[in-house]
Design a protein around this ligand. Structure first.
Ligand code: DQA
Length: 147
């Protein structure tokens, strides 16, 4: 079985309550359940996590090396700010897939820079929770060898 780490950054714990007109009505728990169910169909073991602490996110990425085959990440606002997250993801030895519920490129200018995109093997944005499903499907079909 291939193991996938699905990471979620700051404020995504408030999904369902936070700006539903932008992010939709699904909660983070709903998306986690969706990912695990989709993982079962695709033959992936999904470890789904969220944190508001950047140091915790960095530690999870450091520990993922040699343990997970791929990372799917919705880095939320850190997408647009964190070179530390970019550097940490670069240490990972499998594919990294960038996910967003909304399409940041169609929103405010400050969301148009992504520090994840230069190292991402694929990107799914603007399709709500379906973006996570598409990321997992991409990983399942990816030929790239993992640990
Ligand atoms: C987001 C988009 C980011 O710009 C924003 O900061 C988020 C969520 C998304 O999923 O659409 O928190 O990553």
């Amino acid at each position: 079985m291939r193991h996938v780490l699905v990471l979620n950054g700051p404020n995504l714990n408030l999904l369902g309550v936070r700006e539903p007109e932008v992010y939709g009505s699904a909660t983070l728990a709903d998306i986690g359940a969706l990912c695990r169910a989709e993982g079962l169909l695709l033959g992936l073991v999904v470890d789904f996590r969220q944190t508001n602490a950047e140091h915790e996110m960095l530690a999870w990425i450091h520990a993922a090396r040699g343990v997970y085959n791929a990372i799917a990440i919705n880095a939320a606002a850190w997408t647009h700010t964190s070179i530390a997250l970019h550097d940490a993801l670069k240490t990972f030895d499998g594919p990294v897939v960038e996910v967003h519920l909304s399409e940041p490129m169609e929103r405010e200018a400050f969301r148009h820079t992504s520090y994840i995109e230069p190292l991402a093997a694929a990107r799914f944005a603007g399709m709500g929770p379906e973006g996570y499903v598409r990321a997992l499907a991409w990983i399942a079909q990816s030929e790239r060898p993992g640990p």
